[in-house]
Design a binder for this molecule. Structure first.
Ligand code: MOS
Length: 710
């Protein structure tokens, strides 16, 4: 449905504006901008999980060729301890400020030299001695330090009479689900090139939001934000791991100030794993009760995740339990477990992705107990209004996703019983899952200039982390201005904190937030156009226009269907088919949107079958922190994927849009786990679904790596 009568550019499949720059190598990333007089920093990271630095002996390092100096907690510039994030002061930003080691991988020194090779060699020669304290990485739901999570994203649910509904239920599923620590694994490792000039700091950084990074860096240095200039024009992926003001830009800003030269820090892949961010492990307990007709009576979702005491964080696993199904009693309890770990960060559908694995596995288990088709069970329990908030839904095209997905997949031909299909050594099964993901907008500003030559320049502090945001926003601007994109009449400038306040590429809310600001700027410009001989600029800021208490529940939806083959001899799981139907509002660019949700589904597949950060319980250090040991789905793991969008229009958005950055990932892991059950008759409640877990269902290895015999 395209209800915009002036539409032309929005809705058309166009390839990326910067595609040629990228494939020819002309696009410059944070670690390859040319820079005269450049020095290079190398991070030295903690090898213990908790303790204190007793001494750092830099004598040998300082004598090595090319070394300019070493920064550590004794001599580094002092940072503002109150600098923080959305939740308040954030200790993960306070690098080199004290002798405390809060997690393995914490940067504890920076060696600066003329070349990266010299810096690396000198960093290896630094002698650090520590006092080791016992660490705690023993994550589980009943951990004694567990505490209620922040409710900053929304209150817990507690509707209905849970005990009465449980007593009335014909079947109750009561199970636990675990997901491991995972790593964002963007292709481009984090990097920053930083220099100071006249009390201003300039950085080319790899991040997901140049404006918010500029705010945090300004706070750390206690300087005006206008003195901080962050560029992030091209970013090789983020997936949540580059939302923060990361260690490279913080440490390089210190070194550049100290040595009076531009400093670049390009971290290694191993350092990305240990020192940047991760998705925390989760353990989730779900009780779902239903009557004999398959009407859900109770959903009780308890979820725990790990975090660091250094910074508040929410892995909002329980959101979907409040949205997806009608049940008279719904209760959610989200628990945070502080441990000596790398502070976690949003990753690929934070909360929703591990949360949907648990919830949508449990719903499948209800269907199993009732001997009911899991598609029918889901169709039977669609709510008329949001079951917990009581709000009506904005646009909820979930049933369309379910029906159209089932039709294309050929779901109805399926034999519901497990272990009903075999091809030689392979057991074949199919499974499905549904999800929702919150949608909305955040404040942003945008400027549009009508140039003398009848072209337009659109400036917005947006980020294109590989998603195609530049291309999508150009189409949005073209329609807002009523001009075509074909004659390159629109030039778009993004990825620069000097372009003004803007939301980052995160929370699946970048494109909606930026589009809103562009639309408003275009309206103003059209009102202001006067003398065509002079350039005219209009600027808009949507802050005052955004209602954070909308009167309807605004979400995106998906239905994912999959077919898997399980090798009974080796335990190998092959995903054969993967089909996703999505409801994401009006689609700006079908080509890029499809590419993005396919990427998301691959990440879901990767989560289901491959990804887990493993730690040595003695040291707490990750033992597989590289791409040899931490497997992410590669070409050979990925089947034919079909992804499409049901016609949709978001009435709460001025252009009908919703975000689609993360809905592709959520849902896929549960669909695969459900298909593995259908193939084998055994539930997989711990991710990833490893060979050993398939072969020995009576034995599980918990996420700390300990063998437990059930
Ligand atoms: Mo995203 S995981 O909100 O960058």
């Amino acid at each position: 449905m395209n209800t915009d009568p002036t539409s032309g550019a929005v809705g058309a499949p166009r390839s990326r504006i910067e595609g040629r720059l990228k494939v020819t190598g002309a696009a410059r990333y944070a670690s390859d901008v040319p820079m005269p007089d450049l020095a290079h920093g190398w991070m030295v990271t903690a090898t213990i999980s908790r303790g204190r630095i007793r001494d750092i002996d830099a004598a040998g390092t300082l004598a090595m060729p090319g070394v300019l100096g070493v920064l550590d907690h004794r001599n580094a510039p002092r940072l503002n301890p109150r600098a923080g994030n959305y939740f308040g002061p954030d200790g993960s930003l306070q690098l080199l400020q004290d002798d405390v080691i809060p997690y393995a991988g914490r940067p504890i020194a920076l060696v600066v030299a003329e070349t990266p090779e010299q810096a690396r060699a000198a960093a290896a020669a630094l002698r650090v001695t520590c006092d080791v304290e016992p660490h705690d990485l023993d994550f589980h739901l009943e951990h004694p330090a567990a505490r209620p999570a922040s409710t900053a994203f929304g209150p817990e649910a507690d509707t209905g009479d849970m005990d009465a509904e449980l007593a009335a239920a014909a079947v109750v599923v009561d199970e636990r689900y675990c997901t491991p620590e995972e790593s964002h694994s963007a292709l481009e490792p984090h990097a920053a090139t930083v220099w100071w000039e006249d009390g201003h700091v300039y950085a080319v950084d790899s991040n997901q939001g140049a404006f918010s990074v500029s705010e945090v860096l300004a706070a750390l240095w206690s300087i005006d934000r206008e003195r901080v200039h962050i560029r992030a024009e091209h970013v090789g992926g983020g997936f949540g791991g580059k939302v923060a003001c990361g260690p490279p830009v913080i440490l390089a800003s210190m070194a550049a100030e100290r040595f009076g030269r531009p400093v670049r820090i390009a971290v290694t892949r191993e350092q990305v794993f240990e020192a940047t961010a991760s998705r925390p492990p989760t353990e989730q307990s779900i009780r779902v009760g239903a009557d004999a007709d398959g009407r859900l009576l109770v959903i009780h979702h308890r979820a725990a995740y790990a975090l660091s005491p250094l910074a508040e964080y929410i892995e909002w696993c329980t959101e979907q339990a409040k949205i997806l199904y009608a049940a008279p009693a719904i209760r959610t309890q989200l628990t945070a477990v502080p441990l000596d770990i790398l502070p976690p960060a949003s990753m690929r559908g934070p909360g929703a992705t591990p949360g949907s694995f648990a919830l949508e596995s449990a719903i499948d288990e209800v269907a199993e107990r009732l001997e009911m088709d899991p598609l029918d069970l889901r169709l039977r329990n669609q709510p008329m209004v949001a079951p917990v908030s009581g709000l009506s839904f904005s646009s909820r095209r979930l049933v369309s996703c379910l029906r159209e997905g089932a039709r294309r997949f050929g779901w109805t031909a399926r034999d519901r019983r497990p272990r009903s299909r075999r091809e030689g050594p392979w057991l074949i099964g199919s499974g499905m899952a549904t999800t929702s993901f919150g949608a909305g907008v955040f404040p942003s500003s945008a400027s549009i200039t009508a140039e003398k030559d009848e072209t337009f320049t659109v400036s917005i502090g947006a980020s294109d982390i590989g998603t195609g945001a530049r291309t999508a926003l150009t189409a949005v601007a073209a329609d807002a201005l009523g001009v075509g994109t074909d004659k390159i009449r629109i030039r778009i400038r993004i990825g620069d904190s000097d372009l003004g306040m803007a939301w980052g590429a995160g929370g699946s809310r970048g494109t909606t937030s930026w589009s809103f600001a562009i639309l408003e700027a275009a309206k103003k410009l059209r009102d202001n156009l006067g003398d065509p001989a002079r350039p005219v600029t209009a600027t808009a800021d949507t802050t005052a226009m955004i209602n954070f208490q909308p009167d309807r529940e605004r979400q995106t939806y998906s239905a994912v269907f999959t077919e898997v083959a399980v090798d009974t001899a080796t335990g190998e799981v092959r995903v054969r088919r993967l089909l996703g139907m999505f409801a994401v509002g009006r689609v700006i660019n079908p080509l890029l949107a499809r590419s993005q949700v396919i990427g998301g589904m691959i990440m879901g597949l990767s989560m289901a079958l491959h990804e887990e950060s493993l730690r040595d319980p003695r040291t707490g250090r990750q033992t597989n922190g590289d791409f040899a040991g931490y497997h992410i789905a590669a070409h050979a793991d990925v089947p034919d994927i079909e992804a499409d969008f049901v016609p949709d229009y978001e009435p709460q958005d001025p252009s009908g849009f919703n975000g689609l950055g993360e809905i592709g990932t959520a849902g896929t892991a549960a669909a695969i786990a459900n298909a593995v059950w259908h193939a084998t008759g055994t539930r997989q409640r711990i991710l990833p679904i490893r060979l050993d877990r398939v072969l020995e269902p009576a034995t599980t290895v918990d996420i700390a790596g300990e063998l437990r015999v059930a």
